[in-house]
Ligand binder design. Structure first.
Ligand SMILES: NC(=O)c1ccc[n+]([C@@H]2O[C@H](COP(=O)([O-])OP(=O)(O)OC[C@H]3O[C@@H](n4cnc5c(N)ncnc54)[C@H](OP(=O)(O)O)[C@@H]3O)[C@@H](O)[C@H]2O)c1
Length: 245
């Protein structure tokens, strides 16, 4: 039976790309959104098509812009795509100190991490582009559980993402849609690789397994949440045994 599409925001790099590979390998046709790097998105599409022989769509849709919601909706309608798995993965941060934090940056992080997925989900339901029995998975963060020492907006919004997962469960019952989240610790993506070696070593010392998670290790958890039909309202922490000691 032909599978419905898996839709992944920020699906062209890091965690999102690893999830796209895992789902592509499992036979899901894919819709991947990204921010600005069209060249990478195109090469990821080609690679996924070649490796798994699945249909792959790519779409630039900035999660910090309200217009992106309508743009995604129109794309799904014009291409006549129906979603069976919806992964809200792309996220924003702002690392200014509390003293230098600007209202606009605080708002941008809240918009991208909270407002955008809520209203995109509402719109996709409204236009009937998501199937009954679908699964929604959010990318949260360990930093939404432990206080984040660097970005107040990031820690607070990722905690909000975890709360969204729990609270959305009842609202999605009428649509027979499940919703879960993954709270990764430290995953070796561009986001983390950009950190200075000393900071990376400090992080590794606090992880019981002594290393960052690979995006591929994490991707298996998304597949499980999508395919195991009894998970609902769960946020799975994948942190290799992190401790603040
Ligand atoms: N890496 C970690 O250790 C870690 C830990 C916990 C949680 N997370 C969460 O995991 C998610 C993915 O992080 P990652 O480390 O995989 O990041 P990444 O490797 O930097 O990949 C980011 C992806 O999101 C897209 N993106 C970036 N800004 C966007 C925007 N404004 N609008 C739409 N798409 C945008 C990028 O596309 P372009 O490059 O084309 O813009 C790319 O496809 C985020 O929600 C993050 O908070 C990461």
């Amino acid at each position: 039976m032909k599978k419905t599409y898996a839709f992944i925001t920020g699906g062209t790099k890091g965690i999102g790309k690893a999830v796209a590979h895992r789902l592509g390998k499992a036979g899901y046709p894919l819709v991947l959104t990204y921010g600005t790097d069209s060249e990478t998105a195109e090469s990821v599409r080609e690679e996924l098509r070649r490796l798994y022989a699945v249909d792959v769509h790519i779409l630039s849709a900035d999660i910090s812009r309200k217009e992106s919601i309508g743009l995604i909706g129109r794309y799904l309608e014009n291409q006549d795509l129906r979603i069976g798995a919806l992964v809200f993965n792309a996220g924003l941060t702002c690392r200014d100190s509390f003293e230098k934090l600007k209202w606009e940056d605080w708002e941008r992080v809240f918009f991208g991490n909270i407002h955008f997925p809520v209203f995109l989900l509402q719109h996709i339901l409204e236009i009937g582009r998501i199937e009954k029995g679908s699964s929604v998975v959010f990318t949260g963060s360990l930093m939404g559980i432990e206080p984040h020492s660097v970005s107040l907006a990031y820690g607070v919004t990722k905690n909000g993402v975890h709360a969204l997962v729990k609270n959305l469960v009842k609202f999605l019952v009428p649509y027979e849609i499940r919703v879960n989240g993954v709270a990764p610790g430290f995953v070796d993506t561009e986001w983390q690789k950009a950190k200075p070696a000393e900071i990376r070593q400090n992080i590794e010392r606090k992880i019981s397994l002594g290393r960052f998670c690979t995006p591929e290790e994490l991707a298996d958890v998304y597949l499980m949440l999508i395919e195991n039909t009894y998970f609902n309202g769960e946020v799975i922490v994948v942190d290799g045994g992190y401790s603040y000691k």
